[in-house]
Design a protein around this ligand. Structure first.
Ligand code: GLN
Length: 190
């Protein structure tokens, strides 16, 4: 059974855990360093407030070990704030958080009026996918080796790069999206 560690310091971690349990995975919460000792096939980074999450990760001593695990190839699935934590560049910020995913993100990119909305589009070749955006960031630039899985208004809204699959929208809130992040070679698959 796939074991999914869900970062659970702030935000929509309960929804993220339910999403993976509905797909038959076993989930556990990551709240402190000791939780990282548990066997983990996939790390899930939920939506929420990236600034709050980033600060808590540092306060709790989770930031460096998590960053190392992701950089080493741990399959990682991220939505919204989680994508912002992973991005190499966050517009307007002096420095990124993990800075691992070679994309540039703009926080709260859709403004106040259009802050939250739903569209139906094609995700990874699957039409009819419901995409729920909640004060979502947009991806304003991506390196050439980043696979774009969906777009909205001409911009990428979900991407895959090495061991990371990341969304500006919330697949966990609109089943039945069943992403299977592709592990990097040598991690043994999932
Ligand atoms: N606006 C949030 C941020 O900047 C992200 C919103 C979300 O995760 N739904 O971190």
């Amino acid at each position: 059974m796939r074991r999914v560690g869900v970062l659970s310091v702030q935000g929509a971690f309960a929804e993220m855990a339910a999403h993976w349990r509905a797909q038959g995975a076993a989930t556990f919460e990551i709240r402190r360093r000791a939780d990282l000792a548990r066997p983990m096939d996939l790390l899930a980074l939920p939506g929420g407030e990236s600034t709050v999450q980033g600060r808590l990760l540092k306060d709790l001593g989770l930031f460096d070990p998590l960053r190392r695990r992701i950089a080493e190839g741990l399959p990682t699935f991220a939505t919204c704030a989680g994508l912002i934590l992973l991005a190499r560049t966050v517009e307007g910020a002096a420095r990124p958080w993990f800075g691992l995913l070679p994309v540039t993100v703009r926080r709260n990119a859709y403004g106040r009026q259009l802050g939250s909305f739903t569209t139906v589009g094609t995700w990874d070749g699957r039409p009819g996918t419901r995409m729920v955006f909640i004060r979502a960031p947009s991806i304003t630039a991506a390196d050439a080796d980043v696979d774009v899985l969906s777009t909205f208004d001409g911009r990428p809204t979900s991407v895959r790069w090495r061991n990371i699959t990341a969304f500006t929208w919330h697949p966990e809130l609109a089943p039945p999206v069943r992403p299977a992040p592709r592990p990097v070679a040598g991690t043994g698959g999932m």
